[in-house]
Write a protein that binds this ligand. Structure first.
Ligand code: NAI
Ligand code: MG
Length: 360
């Protein structure tokens, strides 16, 4: 057994951010105690609170600390206080910039339905039960970053936005996805629109070569994005790891995030080729419940588990957190957002329950 030393930067941010980050920090601290690791935590400013404190949603001190860290855990940013359209900077700008500064080109979103929460899904039990998909969305290329502009077009004004993918951009995300598949059910689906789009044809060609040459053991198939939108509703449990480009991934991951019916349970990660990964819940700062002590900390705690798995190479420790979360759900413990009107507990009580289960 090897002791791991890790510097973890915490970016609590706004709204419920500080409340949920606090619980995730306690869980990581407990993991360090149990498994004999040394985790050092350092908190930094991002988002609205950073604007209020120093006029910048991503202060240089935060960037420097993130660069020097092994991994980053973020709460959420934003809120009505900073929504003034005349403001010269917005909290979200901090989030976009940190992703760019760290070269985070892959967004990982596991869509997992906890069996204890199957009734929260808008889909029928027999369709959704057992769903466990890991999406990898390319995050720094494709149409969202392509050249754009407008043409006068002889009085009928037009607008354009180019979709561009290079071989190396496709290779690196497909490799990451294939490796993730090897750690799961060993199946990978690539989603594109190769019947219409040239960048998709390149994507499909490069992905097929990477899979044949480097991952012959991984079961691999391709699906068109429009068909995938249907399959997600029809037969979600047929998929293991899904890799796709920026825009298709944006849409499909938002579609998929609705399947479990529990926003407060869904974590995500953004990874680069080297350097720290950024881990966060997919939900926002929930200003409507901020400061009330009722936010669900489980998405952030599950994001911490992803951090252990993907940035710190501690899969057993990640499994321990996920098992503890399942155990508290099996015990019937629910925060208000997943209680469906039944009795609920607060943020701290939920965090404590996970800690207790970890120790057992
Ligand atoms: P939201 O995800 O913050 O909230 C949507 C609904 O879900 C609210 O009713 C909220 O109370 C509930 N909710 C969310 N997380 C919860 C949790 N952990 N436990 C219990 N209930 C939870 O999305 P919304 O309301 O659209 O955005 C609020 C603010 O968050 C905005 O300023 C938005 O820009 C920002 N935002 C930030 C994100 C980030 O930091 N990555 C992502 C999405 C939104
Ligand atoms: Mg989206």
């Amino acid at each position: 057994h090897v002791t791991l030393k890790a510097n973890i930067v915490l970016l609590p941010g706004d709204g419920i951010g500080p409340e949920i980050i606090q619980q995730a920090e306690l869980v990581l601290g407990r993991i360090a105690d149990i498994f004999g690791h040394e985790f050092e935590f350092e908190s930094h400013l991002i988002g609205g609170i950073a604007i209020d404190t120093c006029g910048d949603p991503l202060p240089q001190a935060t960037v420097d600390a993130c660069r020097a860290s092994n991994a980053i855990l973020l709460g959420a940013v934003g809120g009505p206080k900073w929504d003034d359209p005349s403001a010269k900077t917005r909290p979200e700008a901090g989030l976009l910039r940190i992703r760019k500064e760290l070269g985070l080109f892959a967004n990982l979103r596991p869509i997992r339905l906890f069996s204890q929460l199957v009734d929260a899904s808008p889909l029928k039990r027999e369709i959704i039960e057992g769903t466990d998909i890991l999406f990898l969305r390319e995050l720094t290329g494709g149409i969202y970053f392509g050249a754009s502009g407008r043409d006068d077009n002889n009085g009928d004004e037009s607008a354009y936005q180019q979709m561009v993918y290079s071989v190396s951009e496709v290779e690196r995300i497909v490799r990451l996805a294939a490796k993730a598949a090897q750690g799961r059910d060993n199946r990978l689906t690539s989603v594109d629109k190769a019947n219409v789009l040239e960048p998709s044809r390149l994507w499909r060609q490069v992905a097929a070569r990477v899979m044949t040459e480097e991952f012959p053991d991984v079961q691999y198939d391709v699906v068109l994005v429009d068909a995938m939108a249907m399959h997600l509703i029809n037969r979600p449990r047929d998929f293991d790891v899904v890799v796709t480009g920026n825009m298709f991934g944006d849409i499909l991951t938002d579609e998929a995030s609705m399947l479990p019916g529990s926003l407060g349970m869904l974590p995500s990660a953004s990874l680069g080729s080297d350097g720290p990964g950024l881990y966060e819940p997919i939900h926002g700062s929930a200003p409507d419940i901020a400061g009330k002590g009722i936010a669900n900390p489980l998405a952030t705690i599950l994001a911490a588990a992803m951090m252990l798995r993907h940035s710190l190479d501690l899969p057993a420790e990640a499994d321990a957190i996920e098992a503890a979360v399942e155990a508290v759900l099996a015990d019937g413990l629910r925060t208000a957002d997943i209680a469906r009107g039944a009795e609920s507990i607060g943020t701290e009580a939920m965090g404590n329950a996970v800690l207790q289960r970890l120790t057992q």
